[in-house]
Design a protein around this ligand. Structure first.
Ligand code: UGA
Length: 458
């Protein structure tokens, strides 16, 4: 099956690579010349384990090529995947301008029957509008069908996710398009959900919003556990063993981030309000996610006071999650900005996201370190903000020796609190009543008492 993939972001580049690896001739298209040049030279614009090997192998074997010419890609193919970005606009809705302009250009370059497939995450009704745009701009008398084929891959394991999906979803009102796309995926032996366009579009938003809700539920449970003296990690484990709940996405932390969940949850809320429905639960999820990082920061301020100008902190983790260099909507980056805003100096390290972080944070007040232990030198406390595996196996004796004070704020519950506390650290986690929490509570009680005393004297 001759395939054209428009857009070489996470979804497009991984899609093009894997489709060609399955034996289909694929042309990847992107209007960004620099990006295309880099990919052709084997330099991936994103960090994704296993991706560059697959791209290089298939380029070499001649089944994968890249171009900046959409016309060339469209003319050569029978299936065209639209994988361009749909960022969040001011209103919370998805900005679909890139989808519209690609649809128009595809229409102008049609030279025979084609299936136009939208893989980008798009709100309900978008595929129908794409169909209309193509009809209105069609060159000549070509027949075509539109299909929705949302992508569920996770950054950091997208190659594996695409090769081994839980399901593929194909929406179309054309049996011919459904059958063409079925033949692309059926060799995987995984469930294929065939449905109408609108349901396919909705499955993607429903899935992302549900996962974000799952994380948010655990984050709120964490608040209750911390106050009530329970341990959220144990509670999550106990819940997750119930097959109806499942243990995925039950890790409490500083809130979800990334280029998908925040934008997709907001877009679903916008879709529901456009349909005159106030999606209460989703609204709650957005609000709780925002307060989750604020609550984490409150602990810092309750411990040190509001002014952090005489502090230096070691920060491990800047990416929005582990195994990626992506810092879009990264809660770690937001926390770094808050700490710097309160006057703290920061020594930061992330295994992959240093370059991207530097572009956003600049040099002011930030020292970019070469490895995790270097961040500790001259620092008053350690912050763990991204769930990289390598941070879970820190040599804690070394950490204690290097830090100026043995204090850890663990925003991802990566460390074992018993071990950390037994080594003499003051430890803060999420959803656990650790010795750090007890210290700030004592301090709060003490300062309230002083305040009361002062008031009595006046
Ligand atoms: C998410 C979905 O998981 C994919 O299925 C979907 O295809 C993708 O969005 C998309 O729409 O393109 P991704 O954004 O790569 O994938 O990242 P996730 O692994 O879902 O993590 C999202 C955020 O949730 C991260 O900030 C992560 O740290 C946080 N998280 C995740 C938690 O705080 N706790 C958890 O238990 C799991």
């Amino acid at each position: 099956m001759k395939i054209c993939v428009v857009g070489t972001g996470y979804v497009g580049l991984v899609g093009a690579a894997i489709f060609s690896d399955w034996g289909n001739p694929v042309i990847g298209v992107d209007k960004d010349e620099n990006k295309i040049g880099r990919i052709k030279a084997g330099e991936m614009p994103i960090y994704e384990p296993g991706l560059s090997e697959i791209v290089l192998k298939n380029i070499k074997e001649g089944s994968l090529s890249f171009t900046t010419s959409l016309a060339e890609g469209v003319k050569e193919s029978e299936v065209v995947f639209i994988c361009v970005g749909t960022p969040q606009s001011e209103s919370g809705a998805a900005d679909l301008s890139a989808v519209w302009s690609v649809a128009k250009e595809i229409a102008q370059n049609m030279n025979g029957y084609k299936v136009i497939v939208i893989k980008s995450t798009v709100p309900v009704g978008t595929n129908e509008r794409v169909k209309k745009i193509i009809q209105e701009n069609l060159s000549g008398n070509c027949d075509f069908d539109v299909a929705s084929n949302p992508e569920f891959l996770r950054e950091g394991c997208s190659v594996e996710d695409m090769r081994n999906p839980d399901r593929n979803v194909i929406g179309s009102d054309s049996p011919k398009a459904l059958s063409i796309l079925r033949s692309l995926y059926e060799h995987l032996g995984k469930p294929i959900v065939e449905c109408d366009l609108r349901s396919a579009e909705m499955i993607k938003y429903a899935s992302n919003a549900f996962l974000a809700t799952k994380i948010t539920f655990v984050n709120e449970m964490a608040q209750v556990c911390e106050r009530a003296g329970a341990d959220i990690s144990v509670v999550s484990k106990g819940m997750g063993l119930d097959r109806r709940i499942g243990h995925y996405f039950l890790n409490a932390g500083i809130g979800y981030g990334g280029s998908c969940f925040p934008k997709d949850v907001a877009a679903l809320y916008k879709t529901s309000s456009d349909q005159d429905y106030d999606f209460n639960l989703v609204r709650g999820v957005m609000n709780v996610n925002k307060s989750q990082k604020e609550y984490f920061l409150q602990k810092v301020f309750r411990y040190y006071g509001k002014n952090l100008s005489n502090k230096r902190f070691a920060v491990l983790g800047l990416a929005f999650k582990n195994d990626t260099d992506d810092i879009r909507e990264s809660v770690a980056i937001e926390i770094v900005k808050y700490l710097r805003g309160a006057g703290a100096l920061l020594s930061v390290y992330d295994p992959q996201a240093m370059y991207n972080s530097k572009q956003i944070l600049g040099d002011n007040g930030i020292k970019y370190c070469l490895d995790k232990y270097e961040t500790l030198e001259g620092s008053d406390a350690l912050f763990i903000l991204t769930e990289w595996k390598e941070f879970a196996s820190l040599d804690l004796e070394k950490v204690k020796l290097t830090l100026r004070e043995p204090v850890i704020f663990d925003g991802r519950n990566l460390l074992d609190w018993r071990k950390v506390e037994s080594l003499g650290f003051t430890y803060f986690a999420v959803g656990k009543r650790t010795n750090g929490v007890e210290k700030i509570e004592r301090k709060d009680v003490y300062s309230t008492a002083i305040l009361k005393n002062e008031n009595n004297h006046h």
